[in-house]
Write a protein that binds this ligand. Structure first.
Ligand code: BES
Ligand code: ZN
Ligand code: ZN
Length: 492
């Protein structure tokens, strides 16, 4: 898909469809911003009487030269937010993406009252690119008809506009790479295959060192918790370690850590079949932080960034870990494993401890860690918690700026108390299922060295099936929170 910015020019000969906006003034249709000939053509059409320009209302008509016009109603555009605009544009893409090859959008029609043309261009191009994604690897369906979108504007400086389009292409490419990983089925994307594909992709990135630790390396590292999750697997566990060093001086080092469970059956604490379906998405934490890392590197972030992906599946055979086991973690703490389905925290524990050894200033992990986050925050909100309020505040702010939902959950001393074990230092589940997300957070905090700022993102609710956002597939990986992380990583 090609994006082009066309400053103040007329439509190209090859354009099949042009998108205009219709507004409302005093609840009445307002098309005073159109050219006179479009206004005339439109009013001549009898049914145009019924079109009021309400938000999400559409109207199609043709120019005499055969170019189609799609009019998108914005309602009272004074009140329009950028997120509403993303949604409106994404919905229209679903209508036209398979019936047009080249379209033009008149950007200046869509600028909300209190927004700049460049921010509008950012939002619209992001929405278009995100909404055109589909996972087609196993479908024989024909590929997308839409090949080229031209954004017309008289208000944007061409150089600045093209820079925004280039940046957004990098960001959404990374989101789509991440979505592809998450959507791949577990019989194909086993741990070895996932690590191999990440390594292949990461090797193409500039200024990035790539390291892969396999079973024997994890044994040497004494990552016994990670290994305990992998004990029942037909595939080796994989720890991907990526390190990006900017070419210019840097004064911050951020480490990203991702849960990469290519499938979570629950292990001996087997999930019931209705909860097991969809557990291919249990590697979305790893796919998410990798997507953010990839984009930040390609955007020449000024921060040193490390990325650690803990990859395995959680399966059952006669070697698999059984509940009641006690295992000693890489950092020396003993853990009573009372539920093998609380496996993500076991993998993360050893990987977080390994990440601490690189002495980053911050560690941010992302994981589909608990079903409890769906109970507390719903399917739409990412949970955030950690040991450093400043870092959490920055992440919440980055999420707000990116129009992504994030909400803090508290890790209180009582939750630390609740995961103390009778026979080991800690246990991998609390005494009750209440407050399950922050209790998992309390567990993870045991593996963070005190002077390192750490935040944990529980993405179990938002990883997939975000049908309420028209720029995300209704079923399948969402790619959410990557934009927030990129903003945080590239914030100077
Ligand atoms: N991968 C799951 C969490 C999950 C649940 C992700 C629903 C996406 C949707 C995790 O490994 C898990 O099974 N957690 C348990 C923890 C419990 C045993 C303390 C859970 O949430 O039930
Ligand atoms: Zn589990
Ligand atoms: Zn899991």
């Amino acid at each position: 898909m090609k994006f082009e910015l066309n400053i103040g020019k007329n439509a190209l000969d090859t354009t099949e469809l042009i998108i205009l906006s219709a507004k409302q003034k005093n609840k009445k249709l307002d098309i005073s911003h159109w050219n006179p000939s479009d206004q005339k053509n439109f009013t001549k059409i009898k049914s145009s009487n019924h079109f009021k320009g309400e938000k999400n209302e559409y109207f199609f008509f043709n120019r005499t030269n055969g170019v189609s016009i799609l009019v998108i109603g914005l309602g009272n555009s004074n009140k329009l937010t950028l997120e509403e605009l993303r949604k409106i544009i994404a919905k229209s893409m679903q209508q036209i993406k398979n019936s047009n090859k080249q379209i033009e959008i008149i950007l200046d029609h869509f600028i909300p009252q209190d927004q700049s043309p460049t921010e509008t261009l950012r939002a619209i191009s992001e929405s278009i690119l995100m909404s055109l994604y589909s996972f087609t690897e196993f479908k024989k369906s024909p590929s997308l008809a839409l090949k080229k979108i031209i954004v017309q504007s008289k208000m944007i400086d061409k150089k600045e506009g093209n820079k925004i389009l280039r940046q957004n292409k990098i960001i959404v490419d990374a989101i789509n790479v991440s979505r592809d990983f998450s959507n791949l089925p577990p019989n194909i994307l086993n741990s070895e295959e996932f690590a191999k594909r990440i390594v292949e992709d990461a090797k193409k990135l500039p200024n990035v060192k790539v390291k892969l630790l396999r079973k024997k390396d994890l044994k040497k590292e004494k990552m016994n918790l990670f290994l305990s999750v992998n004990a029942g697997s037909a595939y080796e566990p994989q720890l991907v370690h990526l390190e990006y060093t900017p070419q210019s001086d840097f004064n911050k080092h951020i480490a990203l850590v991702g849960k990469g469970l290519t499938f979570d059956s629950g292990g001996y604490s087997l999930k019931p079949s209705t909860s097991m379906a969809g557990m291919k998405f249990d590697m979305t934490g790893a796919a998410t932080v990798y997507g953010a890392f990839r984009a930040a590197v390609m955007l020449n972030a000024k921060t040193k960034i490390s990325c650690f992906l803990g990859i395995t599946d959680n399966m059952v055979n006669s070697n698999a870990t059984v509940p009641d086991s006690v295992v000693v973690a890489r950092n020396g703490k003993s853990v009573e494993i009372l539920n093998t389905d609380a496996e993500g925290r076991l993998v993360l524990a050893d990987v977080l401890d390994y990440a601490c050894d690189q002495s980053p200033d911050q560690i941010i992990d992302a994981a589909t860690l608990t079903g409890a986050v769906l109970v507390s925050l719903g399917h739409e909100i990412c949970g955030v918690m950690g040991n450093n309020q400043e870092l959490i505040k920055n992440l919440l702010n980055a999420a707000k700026q990116s129009d992504e939902y994030m909400w803090q959950l508290p890790i209180i001393p009582e939750f630390h108390e609740d995961i103390k074990s009778e026979i080991a230092d800690i246990k991998n589940i609390g005494g009750s299922r209440f407050g399950g997300s922050a209790k998992a957070g309390a567990f993870l905090e045991n593996f963070i060295k005190k002077d390192i700022a750490w935040a944990h993102l529980d993405i179990a609710g938002i990883a997939d099936s975000q049908g309420h956002l028209p720029y995300c597939p209704a079923k399948g990986a969402s790619g959410l929170i990557i934009r927030t992380l990129i903003r945080h990583l590239t914030d100077e």
